[in-house]
Design a protein around this ligand. Structure first.
Ligand code: PLA
Length: 449
């Protein structure tokens, strides 16, 4: 392992010393008037950045970059998890349009900075959405919630806080997990380890492996849990298994860090999808939660989400919040106002809220119907293999089991774009494109080993 990953305090020391060197260099140069051809001046053709090597594209967002370059009329982007309609178009929810109209017509609204912690109303409503209206932790003011830049920003702020203030720097993430997780946590100064999660043989949960790995985790370690609709596998623990995980984690003093990027997308029901998190809150213990409204409200580009930290007392929660502000202020000062205002407008109005749940359910149902259609299309073609996992898996993605060679073949021959781990975004599929995908999978399985 990279020694920097193993010793986060030395990594933050390093960051500080790099910064210190940089500042010292600037000062030295500005004092040295005798240098005639300053390296950044136009008279010198040698770039001070000439040593910079081209970085790789992102494994998920890079799929969209490649897709955009492909001129084929049949091309299909099943890479990034972004909902599309039956017509293959991005969807702005009706309820979001309504909320935006309300906001535009409200002349009392201004564009002042939000507080460092974001829109207070949004924060309260977000905590309520996940923890439930009657949650004792909320009533006892033991929860601090801060508005962050969608799920990613919430994870990063939470990780920075933990790296600074928590007794343990090790975070266990499931194997596999969303590709950005290890990067977020490593760069925040945590040391990343994995726990077994997925069993390729059964295409289901490796519950025994999970329990073994969490049992042997060092006491107090942080554990990243996908709240529902695990990405990329589409495999979630049952409620009974969640209960076992909770007991095990609490008995070992492991700190849960929930990533909730898909509330409502797993079952179509917001409360049902919040159940695993609520089980952990109900036992009175502490935890972190990163929430995203990218998928369930279709607010991808608004970058709206929240970080909540559930504490033991109101006093601790207040002090934790004061430290979160110190993390946020030098990073981006304070969060943007528009997305938070949309979410708050919807969550606080009973009619809009109900309308949202109906639209959310429709998205979830369309994804489930795509699972059924793809499964039947493969069966109709007699594609070798058991494809029942397509209908069993939960949420936005199917973890097909196709290998990277088969994926490359499908991209090259069929212009189907997906991540190299064989994940496909079911939300990007439509009745019209299912046959094309089924043809591609069929050919890949038959022709590429
Ligand atoms: N957590 C998980 C598990 C996710 O899958 C994603 C998004 C996020 C957090 C962060 O989303 P946000 O910052 O936009 O709120 N995963 C996507 C997109 C949908 C991505 O990779 O950025 C995916 O295709 O996996």
């Amino acid at each position: 392992m990279n020694p920097e990953m193993a010793s986060p305090s030395s990594s933050s020391d390093r960051r500080i010393s790099v910064l210190a060197r940089h500042l010292a260099g600037v000062e030295m140069d500005s004092k040295n008037d005798s240098i005639s051809a300053f390296p950044t001046s136009g008279s010198d053709n040698n770039s001070v950045f000439s040593h910079v090597v081209r970085g790789p594209e992102d494994p998920i967002l890079g799929v969209t970059v490649a897709y955009n370059k492909d001129p084929s009329p049949v091309k299909l982007n099943l890479g990034v998890g972004a909902y599309r309609t039956e017509e293959g178009k991005p969807l702005v929810l009706n309820v979001v349009r309504k909320a935006e109209l309300l906001l535009v017509n409200d002349r009392s609204r201004v564009k002042e900075y939000l507080p460092i912690t974001g829109l207070a109303e949004f924060n309260k409503l977000s905590a309520k959405l996940m923890f439930g209206a009657n949650c004792p932790a909320i009533q006892e003011n033991r929860v601090t919630t801060v508005q962050c830049l969608s799920g990613t920003g919430s994870l990063r702020v939470g990780a920075e806080f933990l790296a600074k203030h928590y007794l343990q720097r090790t975070i266990y993430i499931p194997q596999p997990t969303w590709g950005n997780h290890p990067k977020i946590f490593t760069l925040a100064g945590l040391s990343v380890k994995t726990y077994r999660y997925y069993d390729p043989a059964t295409r289901g949960l490796n519950f025994q492996g999970l329990v073994e790995d969490l049992s042997s985790a060092s006491s107090g370690a942080i554990v990243l849990l996908h709240a529902c609709a695990h990405n990329p596998t589409g495999v979630d623990p049952t409620f009974q298994q969640w209960e076992q995980i909770r007991k095990l984690m609490r008995s070992k003093g492991l700190m849960p860090f929930f990533d909730s990027a898909y509330q409502g997308f797993a079952s179509g029901n917001l409360d049902a999808d919040a159940q695993p998190v609520r089980m952990f809150v109900a036992d009175g213990g502490e935890l972190l939660l990163a929430q995203s409204y990218a998928k369930n409200m279709g607010l991808y580009g608004e970058r709206i989400g929240a970080l909540s930290i559930v504490c033991k007392t109101a006093d601790v929660a207040a002090r934790v919040e004061s430290q979160l502000k110190l993390v946020i202020r030098p990073m981006y000062s304070n969060p943007p106002i528009h997305g938070a205002s949309i979410v708050a407008a919807i969550l606080k109005n009973r009619d809009l809220y109900n309308e949202w749940t109906i639209e959310l359910k429709a998205m979830a149902d369309r994804i489930i119907s795509m699972r059924q259609k793809l499964f039947e299309a493969l069966r109709a073609r007699g594609t070798p293999g058991d494809w029942s996992h397509i209908v069993k898996q939960i949420g936005m993605f199917t973890f097909t089991g196709l290998n990277s060679k088969q994926v490359s073949f499908m991209t090259k021959e069929y212009h189907i774009y997906m991540t190299s781990d064989g994940r496909i975004s079911m939300a990007g599929l439509s009745s019209k494109t299912v046959p094309h995908l089924a043809d591609a999978i069929h050919a890949a399985v038959k022709q590429v080993v």
